[in-house]
Each structure stands twice: as C-alpha cells, then as structure tokens.
Design a protein around this ligand. Structure first.
Ligand code: ZN
Length: 139
C-alpha cells in the first residue's frame, strides 16, 4: 500500500471565503501515483471547513447568508467563547455546520465524484496562515 501526505497552505485576507481546492487535490493525487484508494482532505484549524458541493456562486452566497443567520459575527459579545478575548465565536459554529473533512474514493487514478461535486475550503476566520491536510492511501 502506498501513502502520501501534503499540507495545502492558505492565507485569506478577508474574514470569510469559499475556495475550490479540487485542482490542488487532483495535483496531489497525480503526485501520489495512487490509482485505487481513498483521499482524506481535512481542515487543520477549528475555524475552517472542508466540504463538497457545487461550484456555483449563487449557492456560495446562499451559504454565506444562511451561516450568518445561524451564527452572526456581530455582536461579538453574543458569544461566551469571545470572553476569552477572541472574536471568532461565530467561526467555530460555522465550521461545525460546514464540516471538518471529506473522503473521496479514487478509481483508476481519478477522484470518483458524483455529478457536480467539487471540494471546497471554507474560511470563517481569515487573516492568518492556515493549513489543509491531504492524505492519500491506496495502490
Ligand atoms: Zn476561538
């Protein structure tokens, strides 16, 4: 069995963003040389997500609005977590909703997606360097 590991780096200037990372994961898969197996992609930070959905800008605006309704950033004082001196209480909740990781099957050297599936990095507390782990196992 082969094993491959890589960290993708992000430094989002704004507070929130959704980035299609399918090209980077596809490049990792190519580098790994693995034809049959699984890839795990996970955010290594508790205020960021990795998820799979459609690369459609209207949907991403819908996510932004929906998440902001569920866990508005302001008022900061609304969150007990922010009593620690942080201002990212909302980002922890948004991350929980959008998820930590995805697993995708690899078949014949390709990501074995359903129709329209793409892998996204979701940032909810940007302005600093963050990492995403890509781990691939198989043969
Ligand atoms: Zn925090």
């Amino acid at each position: 069995m082969k094993s491959y590991r890589k960290e993708l780096l992000f430094n989002i200037s704004g507070r929130r963003a959704f980035i299609n990372i399918t090209p980077q994961v596809t490049e990792c898969l190519r580098e790994s040389g693995i034809q049959e197996g699984f890839v795990l992609v996970n955010a290594m930070h508790i205020t960021a997500s990795v998820f799979i959905n459609d690369d459609e800008s209207g949907l991403h605006q819908d996510y932004e609005k929906w998440l902001e309704q569920l866990a508005p950033h302001e008022p900061i004082s609304h969150y007990r977590h922010n009593r620690t001196g942080e201002d990212n209480g909302d980002a922890h909740l948004k991350r929980q909703v959008m998820g930590r990781e995805v697993v995708v099957a690899i078949t014949e050297g390709r990501l074995d997606f359903g129709p329209w599936e793409q892998i996204f990095y979701g940032e909810f507390d940007g302005g600093r360097r963050k990492r995403v782990l890509v781990k691939i196992i198989g043969e």
